[in-house]
Design a protein around this ligand. Structure first.
Ligand code: SAH
Length: 196
């Protein structure tokens, strides 16, 4: 479970924006993620009308799925392009407003009000801005965060969770000395120590 050479690796926000500009977004799943379908019951746990958080959301189509099921979806993403593509690809009208608490931060909200996507760094968010959540879908998020920021990321996520919330986390397992990531390899032992 040695994460080897990945420990020091840093991908800047600028590099992520470039990936979006270049269309270098192999992580995006047009058909959505089969693991969310498989574990949907675990996420929802019989509850309806939940507030569900999508950290580092990209233009994940699962946001549309959950909104269509009657949940309230909140996402955060540094790339404005990604968020605009999300709304246009699903033909969803939206409006854009500044977020006073975050300098340069914007919020894109579907006109129907059930999808709110923040365009800023996840580290700019706090529960006083976005509230707390009943569920989290973490795919391409913890594994995309720079290894040096994992602790900060996990503390923030714990802070954004309601008492009875459920957190679905997707990780990838491979030899971290053979690929530089992202997605980064996050060993099970580290997940235990990050989230307790
Ligand atoms: N969860 C999405 C996207 C995964 S790729 C999916 O499943 O398709 C990781 C995304 O995080 C990229 O779109 C990148 O632009 C965004 N990102 C990277 N660092 C970020 C940060 N600090 N705050 C918010 N978004 C970030």
């Amino acid at each position: 479970s040695d994460i080897g050479s990945q420990k020091e690796r840093v991908v800047t926000e600028e590099e992520w924006l470039q990936k979006w500009e270049m269309g270098n977004i192999g992580f995006h799943k047009e058909q959505g993620h089969p693991l969310l379908q498989k574990y949907l019951d675990v996420l929802l746990n019989g509850r309806s009308g939940l507030r569900i958080f999508f950290p580092l959301c990209g233009k994940a189509v699962e946001m549309k799925w959950l909104a269509d099921m009657g949940h309230n979806v909140v996402g955060v993403e540094v790339s404005e392009q990604a968020l605009k593509e999300f709304f246009s690809e699903h033909s969803l009208p939206y409006c854009e407003e500044p977020v006073p608490e975050i300098s340069g931060g914007k919020m894109f909200q579907s006109t129907s009000g059930n999808i709110s996507l923040y365009c800023c760094s996840i580290y700019d968010l706090s529960s006083s801005i976005v509230g707390k959540f009943d569920g989290v879908w973490d795919r391409g998020a913890l594994v995309a965060v720079n290894p040096c920021d994992r602790q900060r990321y996990a503390s923030l996520m714990i802070n954004l969770m309601e008492k009875n919330s459920s957190y679905l986390l997707v990780t990838v397992s491979y030899d971290p000395n053979k690929h530089k990531g992202p997605p980064f390899y996050v060993p099970e032992s580290e997940i235990k120590s990050l989230f307790g």
